[in-house]
Design a binder for this molecule. Sequence first.
Ligand code: URA
Length: 235
Amino acid sequence: MMMRLDRFLSESTDLTRSQAKQALRRGEVSVDGEPVRSGALHVDDEQDVLWLGEPIARIGFRYLMMHKPEGVECSLKPTHYPSVLSLIEIEQRERLHPVGRLDVETSGLLLISDDGQWTHRVTTPNRDCLKRYRATLAEPMDEKDAERVTARFKKGVTLEGEDKPTKPATFERLSEQDVLIGVTEGRYHQVRRMMTAVGHSIVSLHRESIGPLELDPDLEPGECRHLRPEEIAAF
Ligand code: URA
């Protein structure tokens, strides 16, 4: 896919279009090893684009990390709440999709991309990509109960209405009502239903990480940023 260099820079980094033009004028961008100062140059996905010496992601694809707030839907056709995509200020928003889903009431790390192959690599259960959640429970849990839940999660829990138990999951009690849960699948309401299956309910749920990627603490709820090349390559 061919694209103007200034547009490619603004879509693939945190630079706005005018900041991308300034970076070009300052000689910070190279294409195939040659410094390029004009944003009008067209580049394609065979070319090696560096900004400040760092490679930029695959041309034409966008990769974002969002701090999803509560009260927005991950569905592309939302029914009751605004879509997460309505929070993004970016050109060509319509090609983007959430990489996996979080419930309306769940906050935390959400990846967004328009690269279908990458999305598949992140979400396929075959790769056992661990997603870690921090949950607040409705009722306190003592240490003995936490040991019971840890053992049940390790073994796999059968969710209501399903035959196949969940894959082994991790559980850690942080305090009486705060716990950490790690799962490698993405079944419907999985974490809430797993807690229900062991006799507890969750009042708030927040995703802290997906595989090696942690939610950037600088992102306020509703904000997002582009992933860095090494973050994209981590999957
Ligand atoms: N599990 C849930 O129950 N909800 C989420 O949003 C994510 C995982």
